[in-house]
Ligand binder design. Structure first.
Ligand SMILES: Cc1cc2nc3c(=O)[nH]c(=O)nc-3n(C[C@H](O)[C@H](O)[C@H](O)COP(=O)(O)OP(=O)(O)OC[C@H]3O[C@@H](n4cnc5c(N)ncnc54)[C@H](O)[C@@H]3O)c2cc1C
Length: 460
């Protein structure tokens, strides 16, 4: 990045908030994928006003702006491709401003870590349900930008369902306040929904007002093992058709279980094809217990081999540690992974899992299958070695076939990780030309010079 721009940025932010040495740039060159590209400069603003001034400068100088939270994204959305990119990292805007217990809302800066916000509101008996597995290393801003989901979203909905208001810096540096503190609001277009899930391509979210609910007092958690993956996937539908809405219904296949066990030594059964991790919650202890008993009964009727009911918080935490450790544990099996995020109608889960296993067998590369099966959101992760060119070719073909399988049953490319760079070639196929055209018109009207996150979401 040229010296003049750096000096102008230092004038706005001070010298400690502008990073441009090769070592610093390298630490902002990647996200949760295997994709890397160095930015031109990184800035660490502390206020919306500073963000606005930086964006104004970038707009004047025609520099690309890449919004960044914690860089845990799984679609290469925050990887800064043009080498003159200005990465705006929100990690210093990490204050929870106000918890309003009467209205059950929280006002927060976008760089707050999701788990920290949850812990803060829970001290007041309130609950912020969205729980991406990256909860300890992703930001509220990143979660809103990707409309993140997580295990609890089966019962409680995704991040976007909790966004009441947003402060967004627009492509010309103006500050937009949209939505507010009220639950119902149809005053004009729902712009907060437009920015939610826009992956940093329409504006930069600096603050948010989020809806909270009362924290459920009781939970019961069960890990249910199946000899057959087919039976486990059929059981997902059987449980949900039984009239119970569990808080979570997660699936882990054998490779996932083996990798977790090797990495974490949690005592998981690995001589099985799959496990379901199912939790019920609520405010009446007997009802919650009754629901988990019914869930177990349905699982046993569908071929479950064994059931482990968590006795107390420590055992429950251990089961969730297992689930949250899948992604990092996979590194034991292969140096690289490509994690997909398809969502399919629940009834099609067994068929799609069968197809994915067929794809893995055909190309002779492992695909680990896990995910939020209760809402049809599966994460087939292809394990490979990027250094082997023939493996990369296979991976590309496998990804195309996985998307094909999802779209064929009325599914989508992404349930929660977003499009970013990695899914961009498949977007038109999934959405069709009219939808792409409308979306590009929205992008052009909000960001006519394409400064926000160029090269993401759409083929320019
Ligand atoms: C181990 C692991 C488990 C995961 N589990 C889940 C899961 O269960 N559910 C799930 O949904 N995701 C999951 N993810 C993916 C990822 O954590 C989420 O997408 C998360 O929302 C990204 O947050 P972040 O702060 O890291 O954002 P980043 O990765 O920094 O950015 C992600 C995207 O959002 C944009 N962005 C970031 N901040 C802002 C902002 N303030 N304003 C505008 N745009 C912004 C970026 O430009 C980029 O396009 C997981 C990732 C990992 C590594």
């Amino acid at each position: 990045m040229n010296k003049q721009i750096i000096n102008l940025l230092i004038r706005i932010l001070g010298p400690k908030a502008v990073l441009f040495t090769p070592e610093d740039l390298a630490t902002y060159s990647y996200d949760g994928t295997f994709v890397e590209s160095n930015p031109g400069v990184v800035v660490l603003p502390e206020t919306t006003q500073q963000v606005s001034q930086v964006v104004q400068l970038a707009a004047e100088k025609h520099l690309p702006v890449v919004p960044r939270g914690m860089g845990s994204g799984l679609a290469a959305g925050s990887v800064p491709f043009p080498d003159n990119s200005v990465v705006i990292s929100l990690t210093r805007m990490n204050h929870t401003r106000e918890i309003d217990t009467l209205n059950a809302i929280v006002k927060t800066e976008a760089g707050v870590i999701t788990a920290d916000l949850q812990a803060a509101v829970e001290k007041h008996g309130l609950f912020y349900p969205p729980d991406p597995s990256s909860i300890r290393h992703s930001t509220i801003g990143g979660n809103i930008a990707c409309n993140a989901g997580g295990p609890r979203c089966l019962k409680y909905g995704v991040t976007g369902d909790y966004v009441l208001g947003l402060t967004v810096v627009l492509a010309d540096g103006r500050v937009l306040n949209t939505g507010g503190e009220v639950i119902k609001d149809v005053t004009g277009y729902d712009l907060k929904r437009l920015f939610t899930g826009s992956e940093g391509t329409l504006g930069l979210i600096t603050e948010a007002t989020l809806r909270l609910i009362a924290k459920p007092q009781f939970t019961r958690t069960a890990l249910i093992d199946f000899v057959s993956l087919e039976n486990a996937s059929q059981t997902v539908n059987a449980v949900l058709s039984s009239g119970i809405v569990p808080a979570t219904l997660e699936l882990m296949d054998q490779t996932a279980l083996v990798c977790i066990e090797q990495a974490m030594k949690l005592g998981l059964e690995t001589n099985i094809e799959a496990s379901l991790l199912i939790e019920t919650d609520g405010n009446d202890e007997r009802t919650v217990a009754h629901e988990i008993e019914n869930v177990v009964r349905v699982c046993e009727a569908n071929g479950a081999r064994s059931v482990k009911l968590a006795q107390g918080a420590a055992e429950r935490d251990k089961l969730w540690l297992a689930r949250r450790s899948i992604s990092p544990s996979l590194a034991r099996k292969a140096p690289n992974k490509l994690g997909e995020d398809i969502t399919v109608p629940r009834s099609a889960i067994p068929e799609v899992i069968r197809k994915i296993r067929g794809i893995s067998a055909h190309y002779e590369l492992p695909i680990v299958i896990f995910g939020h099966a209760g809402d049809g959101n599966l994460h087939p992760n292809i394990l490979f070695d990027k250094r082997q060119p023939d493996q990369w070719e296979k991976v590309e073909a496998m990804v195309a076939e996985i998307f094909e399988a999802a779209l064929a049953v009325g599914g989508t490319l992404s349930g929660e990780h977003g499009i970013g760079t990695l899914k961009l070639p498949y977007l038109e196929k999934a959405l069709g030309p009219v939808s792409i055209d409308v979306q590009k018109q929205i992008k052009t009207s909000l960001d006519p010079n394409n400064i926000f996150n160029p090269g993401k979401m759409f083929i320019d």
